[in-house]
Every structure is written in structure tokens, then in C-alpha cells.
Design a protein around this ligand. Sequence first.
Ligand code: GLN
Length: 481
Amino acid sequence: MTLIHKPATELQELIKQKQVSSREVTEAFLAQIHLVEPTLNAFLTITDELALSMADVVDEKISKGHALGPLEGVPIAIKDNICTENIPTTCASNILKGFLPPYNATIIETLKHAGLPILGKTNMDEFAMGSSTETSAYQKTHNPWNIDCVPGGSSGGSAVAVAGFEAPLSIGSDTGGSIRQPASFCGNVGLKPTYGRVSRYGLIAFASSLDQIGSFSNNVTDTAHLLNLLAGHDPKDSTSLALEKEDFTRFIGSPKKGLRVGLPNEFFKHLSPEIKALYTTLINKLSQDGIEFVWLDLPSIEYALATYYIIAPAEASSNLARYDGVRFGFRAAGTSSTSEMIEQSRSQGFGAEVKRRILIGTYVLSSGYYDAYYKKAQKVRTLIKKDFDLAFEQVDIIASPTTPTPAFKLGEKTSDPLEMYLSDIMTIPLNLAGLPGLSIPCGLHNNLPMGWQLMGKAFDEARLLQVAHQMESLIGFGGRS
Ligand code: GLN
């Protein structure tokens, strides 16, 4: 097994034992990036120099006999909607072309402090709006399992970076499924922590009541170690909660006794017979291995997609008002008044999907429609949250497929926004409820990976990761060779 195929925690062991340097590890991933990028297009910016200089700092620490912190020396890739000081941060939009943030997001400061060399910035759907990474203004990212297929989205570049062995770890953001859905399509572990668990200071806002930063990795243990670094209160993000520091790896390896896992009927209703069979086999296998499953109902879930596509665009229309050609990035040339400049900058700078969201959002917030759409959606959101609360009185964890299908073909859904929106039908409810969830790979359909979504109680990530690890071991997904 070469370096790039090893999980993050194993790489760090090798670095700690001085069997390999952080520079050598980082060089191996950079070499892979340069080798496969012409095919995969996962990165928008590759930061070779930064990565190597960060690796050298770690190696110097080792040579001086200093102990390393968790994951120190193991490189990581970052989604391009997270601000990196003086490194392009575009949100894959023309409107932020050439934008160099004057500051780092809090999680970037954290990762720098923790000594994880930053390999670069990954491609995404423009402003994280999409499910296939195809709305990026710059390039199409390809799924390493089948390069004719999409990687999922919006964090498609981060998912591919890990699946393509370009990075052992990566960071994404999840507003309606943007970590779990691409993790499912690319066969890796994708975690969306509880809303409020990880600071979003410096994450370019899409829908502020839903956005959450999370990660991709090759296995649940790596994910837990990375969450140990990412989680924490940040005075700069008023939605981040001041909770006691905890070790998210603490239950891993000791299977939970008397575990009860809920299966919501609603998530299994619309599956094709073949996909349903795949999950039935999985559930049967896990039952035989001693996991107790309980079927339950989350009746308001059927309104989740509609609710999301009111609330998320409403918040986006407000968040994206700041892109006016005055303060950030792109400004249209040849205009004769301020209002024309703003209009032209926005018209030329935003892509079609972003404009669609701004239009929908402005409409549902407009006087006369506010009560009928936005206010009603907020009420339904509360009902969805209550469904989850009730379900968690009966079970420890809720499980479902992550997506109704495996990765689809590039171009297959670009002309039909509704079809595209449907690929998030199973991930969106969790964002509306603010709960943590992750996707682990659980099998193949037509040689493409499928994900198993595990959903937990608020701030119960330690338990979620424990169960995910238990199931990961039982499933024994082989990964991509
Ligand atoms: N695909 C969903 C959307 O287009 C979710 C995106 C996300 O989680 N950022 O809004």
C-alpha cells in the first residue's frame, strides 16, 4: 500500500515514528494531485508551496524531539467557500473571481495551528447551490469511480480529493446534504456535525440557519479525530455553542450494547426495486450481527424538500445581496451609473442556478407572499424537528440510504432543476432539524458506491461515530483500488 492509500491516522503514526516525514507524505499527495487533476478536476487552486512549508514546520518540530498533536503533519484539502488569507476563495463563482480574502476562516486558523498542511481549494457548485458540482463557473469535476459520472455536490471537489487519493482528509460544507450526498456518490465517509458544533466564521454564507462545516475521510476513525480539531466554540460565530471539549473517538471500538436503530418508512418509499433490495440485504445483515432495527414514521418529512427550497433560497437572497460589484470580486465594465453597475455585475457575475435561487428567495420573502411561503415553511420546519425529537425517544440512531440513486451521469440532470433537487431528498431533513449525520459507504450498485446515512441526536456525535464505526466494521466496504 503506497502512502496515498493510507488513512490519515495511519499516516500520522508513520510520521510520528519517523518512518516518513510530513514533507514526504505531502509530496506524495501533491504528486497524485498533479497526476490525476487533468482527469478529475477536483481542485480550483493547488497550494504546493504552502503545503510543503507547513509540512516542513512539522518535520522541524519532530527533529527537535517535540511531540505532535492529533493529525499533525497530515495534509488536507479545503472547499473553496472557506476563506483562506491571500489564497483565492471563489465559491466557484465568477463574481468572486480573483477574490483574495484578507483573513482566514476560524477553521483554517485551527488547522494551521494544528499543523495540517493545506493542499489547496476544491471545486464546488457555485455558492454551494447544487448536487453535482456542475454549477461551478470554472470546471466540471469527475467521479473517480466512473469519470462519466458526477461526484455529487456541492462539495464534489472535496469528496473527489479523498476518493481520488489526492488528499487523506478534506473539508466541505453541508446546507442540505452537500457533504453526505457527495460522500455517498464517491464512497467515502462524510460528516455533517450538529448545527452550532463547528465555527462557520469565514465560511461564505449560503443559508445561515442551515450551513454547517464538516469533513470527508476514508474511515470513521479519521473523521472522529478530525472533528476533535474542528469542534469548539468561537466567539466570532454567534451560532457556535460553548460546550465542554470532548473526545469524539472515546466510544469508538466498544460497540454500543442494546443499540436501537430507527428506520423511517418515508425514506424507503421511493427507492427503485434494485436499490431497495441492496438496503434490505444490508439491514438483514446488520440485524444478524445483533443490531436491532425499528421501523418508524417521520410524517412531516415529505414536506422537507419543499420547505428547504423556500428557506434556503430566502436566506441566500439576503446573504448574496452583498455581491454588488462594489466590495468584492467582479465588477462589470462600461456601465454609466451605480445602479447599472450593480445590476450588470450581478447579472454577469452569477450563474443561472444562483440567479434562480435569488429570484425564488426574493419572491417568498416579498410582502403578500411572506406568510404563505416563508412563514409556513418555518412552521413546517418546526414539525420536522418535532418528528425527529419524538423518534429519538424510541431509538438511539436513525438510518436511511443517503441518496435514492448512485452517482448519475454528467449532464443528466442539468436541464431539470427539480430532478437535481430530488437527489437531496434524504439529506435535507437533517439540516432543517439541525442534527448531526454522516454517510458511510455500504455497497455498490452498477459499480458505483452507495451510502448509508446515520443520523443522531443533537450534539451526540460521539455516539453517532461509535455506531458508524461499528457498522463500518460489519459492512467491510472494500473501497476503490
Ligand atoms: N443540493 C442542495 C442545494 O442545492 C444542498 C446544497 C448544500 O448542502 N450546500 O441547495
